[in-house]
Design a protein around this ligand. Sequence first.
Ligand code: COA
Length: 390
Amino acid sequence: MTTQPVGIHDLSFATTHYALDHAVLAERLGVDVDKYYLGIGQEKMSVAAADEDIVTIAAAAARPILARHGTDDIRTVLLATESGVDQSKAAGLYLHSLIGLPNTARVVEIKQACYGGTAGLQFAAGLIARDPSQRVLVIATDIAKYELDSPGEPTQGAAAVAMLVSANPAILQLDPQSGLYSADIMDFWRPNYSTAAMVDGKTSVNAYQKAAQEAWTDYRRKGGRELTEFAAFCYHQPFTKMAYKAHRHLLESQGHTADAAEIDAAIKDTTLYNRTVGNSYTASLYLGLMSLLDHAGDLTDRALAFISYGSGSVAEFFSGTVQPGYAEHLRTDANRQAISTRETLDYKRYRELHEAHSPTDGMYHPTLEETSRPYRLSALSGHKRIYESR
Ligand code: COA
């Protein structure tokens, strides 16, 4: 087991041009809006414009990290997604031309539902333990899409979180212990022929809670911290209420009385961005971390717990310590701006965007210019995706 301090050195977030208000969806579907606001804990969701995809938001998330740190020593780029744009080419390779990744870095795409970002983080930590002079850029980027008029529809969303992982990190040092739990479950999946995910919501909620508990048990077996040591718990959030449910389940499974105020104190600050961005699959857990760091009081030297869950399924419980001086490295204003500058989407356009399909004839198809963000998918031509930066 390594003693080299490894963890998150920098963190940056991007989301789409549009947002849909859950009040609009509730009205259209004839649902009491409190089912969304209170029942699942969602107020809005980010929606991709016609000229946005996981590449454009990934590039927007990663650009500030490269601007601050340069590309020196980045030898690996791991892009995690479950809404990939190609079955063969790693989406991260498009970032070379958009943001100038080094040619001397391996670029790989990782998939395991919403767990992929954590796989990237842990693989990065392993590479850095082997050679602490290297840095790894991990990008979690997803656009969550469920069928229209389905129970999953209000739990859509979109975001990318980019993380620079290094030795002697400025923001979060990872603990060496990690708890794992994997099992073959059909709670959420997306066959190659479908653009929308398929989900058995109730099965997924139960599978998530069981997997989190099992991963915790394994974490403790590996010598991890006590539950009482953590200042906060960052959960994967397919909808923010899920974090509350899973935490209550975890506490009760360990014989703790689950007091509502105690759960709120452990969870609430991690949910504030996800509540308005929606599910961002691989990025969701790390958006939870960013929300916590941007909203909580001083967390210097405090331990944080992370519960990653990817349907299908893999769960991991891991932890880390917030580093002295971390607040100077945060991007709180930029994060809030990414959310506040979204254009409110009307229901008609939302539905058109949802129902649009990529052309498959290989002809030149320019995309409608909609996004105000720095990168856009400008066309599809010859079965190739053509991106541009502004
Ligand atoms: N006011 C307040 N709360 C209300 C309400 C109202 N008017 N109406 C309903 N609710 C509550 C329900 O009591 C329920 O709360 P509970 O879960 O604490 O019991 C909650 O809102 C959801 O209602 P429910 O009827 O269960 O919703 P649903 O059948 O539409 O499905 C999900 C909800 C979350 C299961 C569904 O949106 C889904 O499957 N989402 C995808 C999840 C996913 O992606 N999982 C895989 C990755 S982990």
